[in-house]
Design a protein around this ligand. Structure first.
Ligand SMILES: Cc1ncc(COP(=O)(O)O)c(C=O)c1O
Length: 384
């Protein structure tokens, strides 16, 4: 009989009225009026560079062929160039998610433990738990550590079995990011202890500054890259992992999709990187302005605050603990108004009740609707 895996993920917090998470997301997908603030995706691309790149690929009908299994060289070079890591090795994957899984698989042995943060992007923790003995979720929901996993916290929590430190930079859900000094300190810890840093840079282009760990610890780091956020290509499922030759060679021996990554997505990714300097500023400018609009609204609502402002991502967390409102209830209330946000439990086992996560790489007029509805939601739910 089928036996559930010890690390199997049970679906939590399925919104009321839905039988499964899939039903919920299909409902969201099919409801074209939904304001999409619940997935950190980017809805701001109005130009056609990426679209045209994919359209050309479709017209050529070359999708009848399998692509080269590790990705087109042109795309690999463009990503390495974007990261300024031209001497590294790279593997194209079906999203940062695949790369995160492969990174855990290639490094971890059953005696190891992994250090990560709470709040954090919990899918990584789940992947780690499949290969390691323990996942140490360091609490970071505190001003004392600037709401991030610091080198000091890592030193306090690591032991002789620690093999991986996960740095999501900027962090989903709080938007905290790292200075060059901190990145250098992390690199030192990794090299001295013969361990690996997984540097997930999915949100790097929204940040005011970004520093690559691979520049300081090329042999002790794996960089995770995604086309889902700044490129606005989440539905295309494409990303990459970048590391030294040994690690990437090791990964090539354990990849699942031996027949390569979607050829249309690769064409879009190539077009996205080639045109990046033409659209990046506009996307970032609108995103930052949206964040300012949300901040002005939040400043006028009693008992709530933005946990980390400004966020260096395209999402932020709004602390609602003092209102006494449950974050899932707030998310459900807003969904009734066609605004999709996320209760904190999606990104935190221990602090999830305290905050609502909202992303804001969406048109300004939609942010304004959120800004009208959020204060009303707080007033109505507070009196319940
Ligand atoms: C930190 C982080 N890494 C990876 C991903 C997923 O990336 P992809 O869509 O490329 O699989 C997400 C998605 O929200 C994320 O927040």
């Amino acid at each position: 009989m089928f036996k559930e895996k010890k690390y199997g993920r049970t679906a939590k917090n399925i919104p009321k009225g839905f039988n499964s998470a899939n039903d919920f997301f299909e409902y969201l997908f099919n409801n074209k009026d939904i304001i999409w603030m619940g997935q950190n995706t980017n809805h701001l691309h109005e130009e056609d560079y990426i679209y045209n790149g994919m359209a050309e690929c479709l017209k050529s009908r070359e999708y009848s062929k399998y692509p080269p299994s590790e990705g087109f060289s042109e795309l690999k070079k463009l990503i390495l160039n974007d990261l300024n890591l031209n001497d590294s090795d790279i593997l194209i994957s079906s999203g940062g998610t695949d790369s995160l899984y492969l990174a855990m698989n290639v490094i971890l042995e059953p005696q190891h433990n992994v250090i990560t943060s709470d709040p954090g992007y919990l899918i990584i923790d789940n992947f780690a738990s499949r290969f390691a003995n323990d996942v140490i979720q360091v609490p970071i929901y505190s001003e004392e550590c600037d709401y991030k996993l610091t080198p000091k916290l890592v030193k306090e929590n690591m032991n002789e079995n620690t093999k991986v430190i996960i740095l999501v930079d900027p962090l989903n859900p709080l938007g905290t990011s790292y200075t060059s000094k901190e990145i250098e300190e992390f690199a030192k810890i990794a090299i001295e202890n013969d361990i690996y840093l997984i540097h997930d840079v999915t949100y790097k282009d929204f940040a005011r500054e970004h520093h690559s760990i691979a520049n300081y610890a090329p042999n002790n780091s794996i960089t995770i890259y995604s086309f889902s956020k700044i490129f606005g290509m989440a539905g295309l499922r494409i990303g990459a992992m970048i590391s030294n030759h040994d690690i990437i060679s090791g990964v090539k021996t354990i990849i699942i999709n031996d027949l390569g990554t979607n050829i249309v997505a690769q064409a879009g990714a190539i077009a996205g990187l080639k045109s990046k300097d033409k659209w990046l500023d506009d996307v970032v400018k609108t995103t930052r302005n949206n964040q300012r609009l949300i901040k002005s609204m939040i400043d006028n609502v009693d008992d709530v605050f933005i946990v980390n402002y400004p966020s260096d991502g395209n999402m932020l967390a709004i602390d609602i603990e003092k209102t006494g409102i449950n974050s899932e209830e707030l998310a459900e209330y807003l969904l009734d108004k066609n605004i999709f946000t996320r209760g904190g439990n999606y990104t935190s086992p221990n602090f999830g009740d305290k905050y609502l996560r909202v992303s804001f790489s969406i048109p300004e007029k939609e942010v304004k609707i959120f800004n009208q509805e959020f204060p009303k939601a707080i007033e109505i739910l507070r009196t319940k």
